[in-house]
Design a binder for this molecule. Structure first.
Ligand code: SAM
Length: 286
């Protein structure tokens, strides 16, 4: 079981993420545990004051390092103590996969100007969820909980469902459709209704490759591209040199037709077939 411990000044902000929807069910089923720790309980003073003014002056307040230290010490030892900060390592699917293999993650959610920098000596990594500044780390912690919990075996109903997700294969996900069949003049592609699973898989893979090329070409350099993907990228106008720069494998060599050693005598079409071809009928008889 993976335990998530959130150290925060606003546990009530995170409570619904811990109790509702799939995370709530996973918690009831004992697949994960979520602990909400109020930093104020470790203020160490009568007024439950956790912050102070910054040395050197300037706007805002800073959360005291000794408060964070006492709160962390109250927990069983964590595999990772993660500090949320705009200055952290970008949070990605790869990081989520790495974290999903741990047993206990402690999340330090900042507020105001953040924690006293000396808290970094207690931290295994700092994570940022994007190049923007929020008012607190709770929303970032909720993002990480949502992304990591769904990777834990048994949490999602369909064990395969996260494997095709954006980023898992190194590509963005393919487009999905459901009813109605037609909406505002847009119809579901025929291939998805034909029941040919191989054709559907090929279409989805090609759409994922095309989408990634159009929206996030930077991902292609680290995606697990196949020779068929390379062939598709060439048809999308990607030059050969670019494929090489992405370390994409060469496209499959088209099978050459075996040359006949003896020319077979040409049979002339029957007069009925000739008439059908002229009339543009696609089913001339053999
Ligand atoms: C107002 S911010 C502090 C910003 C800090 N002064 C800076 O400019 O880096 C308060 C807290 O929100 C959280 N936070 C804000 N933006 C974040 C982001 N992009 N990723 C992760 N956490 C963030 C952090 O925990 C941070 O300590």
């Amino acid at each position: 079981m993976l335990t998530f411990s959130f150290l925060t000044l606003f546990p009530e902000l995170l409570a619904p993420f811990a109790t509702e929807a799939i995370v709530g069910k996973a918690r009831e089923r004992g697949l994960i545990d979520v602990q909400l720790v109020n930093l104020r309980d470790f203020a160490g003073n009568r007024h439950a004051k956790v912050d102070d003014t910054p040395y050197g002056g300037g706007a805002g307040m800073v959360i005291r390092v000794d408060v964070a230290e006492r709160a962390l010490a109250s927990l069983p030892e964590a595999d990772e103590v993660i500090l949320f900060s705009p200055a952290g390592q970008p949070f990605t699917q790869r990081v989520a996969e790495e974290l999903s293999g741990k047993r206990h993650l402690a999340f330090l959610c900042g507020r105001y100007e953040g924690f006293d920098t000396r808290v970094e000596t207690r931290v295994t990594r700092e994570l940022s969820i994007g190049d923007f500044v929020m008012m607190g780390g709770e929303a970032a912690a909720a993002c990480v909980l949502e992304a990591v919990a769904r990777l834990i075996p048994g949490v999602l109903g369909d064990a395969d469902s996260h494997r095709a997700d954006s980023f898992s294969s190194g590509l963005l996900d393919y487009p999905e459709y459901t009813r109605p069949l037609e909406w505002e003049g847009e119809t579901v592609p025929d291939v998805l209704r034909g029941g040919n699973h191989a054709a559907i898989a090929t279409w989805r893979r090609q759409e994922a490759v095309a989408r990634t090329l159009a929206r996030r070409p930077d991902l292609l350099a680290s995606a697990d591209l196949t020779p068929q993907d390379s062939a598709h990228l060439l048809t999308l106008g990607v030059p050969d040199e670019q494929l090489k720069a992405w370390n994409a494998p060469p496209p499959p060599v088209p099978k050459r037709k075996r040359r006949r050693t003896h020319a077979a005598p040409l049979e002339s079409p029957s007069p009925e077939d000739q008439a059908k071809v002229q009339a543009n009928d696609p089913t001339p008889e053999k």
